[in-house]
Design a protein around this ligand. Sequence first.
Ligand SMILES: NC(=O)c1ccc[n+]([C@@H]2O[C@H](COP(=O)([O-])OP(=O)(O)OC[C@H]3O[C@@H](n4cnc5c(N)ncnc54)[C@H](O)[C@@H]3O)[C@@H](O)[C@H]2O)c1
Length: 309
Amino acid sequence: MVNKITVVGAGNVGATTAQRIAEKELARHVILVDIQEGIPQGKGLDQQQSAPIEGFDSRVTGTNGYDETTGSEVVVITAGIARKPGMSRDDLLNTNAGIVKQVSESVRSTSPNAIVIVVSNPLDVMSYVAKEVTGFPRERVLGMAGVLDTARYRAFIAEALDVSVRDIQAMVLGGHGDTMVPLISYTSVSGIPVTQLMAREKLDAIVERTRTGGAEIVKHLKTGSAYYAPSAAAVQMCEAIVRDQRRILPCAAWLEGEYGMSGLFLGVPCILGRNGLERIIEVELTDSERNALEKSADAVREPMSAINL
Ligand SMILES: NC(=O)c1ccc[n+]([C@@H]2O[C@H](COP(=O)([O-])OP(=O)(O)OC[C@H]3O[C@@H](n4cnc5c(N)ncnc54)[C@H](O)[C@@H]3O)[C@@H](O)[C@H]2O)c1
C-alpha cells in the first residue's frame, strides 16, 4: 500500500470511493475532503468504524482543508455537482470548472507529486482543467470514464448472453458522453468474437443502452447520478497505479499525436502503473470506428474551448 490517497468531494461518488480504497487497503491513510462542514468528518469516522468488521488497517480521515492531504501519492477528484434528470454532462461545465480549478490549485501546492484521477463531469473537459491548473505532466493526470462505460457494456452483454461478467472483454473509447465509442470489433467472450454469439441488432441495442447508461440511472434516481459503478471504476484505476499492475484500461488521457489527435483528453487504451500513465496503446480501428472517435473528439473540443482558465 502507498502512504496516502486523497479523495476530494465527499458526496456519493467520493465517499464510496474512499470506502472502497480503504477496504482494499490501497493506502495507509485515506483522506476525504469536502467544503461542507461535518460531512467528510462524519463519513470518514463512520467508515473508520467499519474497519474492525471489514478488517482493514487503512485509516480514513475527513477534513475541510488540505493540510492533512499533504504529500498524497494519488488524488481522486470527485468534487462538483452531479446531473439531474434532463441535464447533459455539459450542463455542469461552468460550475464544475470553477470547482475543479480551485481543487487543482490546492492539490498542486500540497501534493505536487501526486497522480490525479479526475471523476467530475464533464469528464474530458474537467481532466483538461486539472492538467492545466496543476501543470502536472500527462502521465499524472487521467480521467475516469472508459472503465465505467466499459463495465456497463460488459454487464449488459453478460446479462444478454447469461454468462459470467468475468468472461466479457471489451473496450469503450472516446469522450464520456453520448458520442462514446464501444468497439464491437474488440468485444469478445472468453476469446470468442461477440458477433458469433449475438445478433447484430441486439448488440446495437446494447451499444445504445451503454451510451445512455448514465442517463438511465439519473432518470431512476431523480436527485443525483450513479456512484456504485463509478466509484468501483475509479478505484480500479487507483489499484492499477498503486500496485503497479500495468493493467490496460480505457482512460481519458491527454493525446499528443495518438490516434492522429493532439491537445485534448479522450478515452483511449492506457497501461496504468506506478508512474500513472505508462503508455497509450494505439489499436487498429475500422473506418466507421475512426469516424466515430473523431466525432467524439469534436464533442469534447467544443465545451473545452468555452472554458476560461
Ligand atoms: N466520470 C464519470 O464517469 C462519473 C460518474 C459519476 C459521477 N461523475 C461526476 O462526479 C461528480 C460527483 O458526483 P456525486 O454523485 O458524488 O455528486 P455529489 O453531489 O453527491 O457530491 C459532490 C460533492 O462535491 C462537494 N464539493 C463541491 N465543491 C467542492 C469543492 N470546491 N471542494 C471540495 N468538495 C466540493 C460537494 O459538497 C459534494 O459533497 C459529478 O460531477 C458527477 O457528474 C462522473
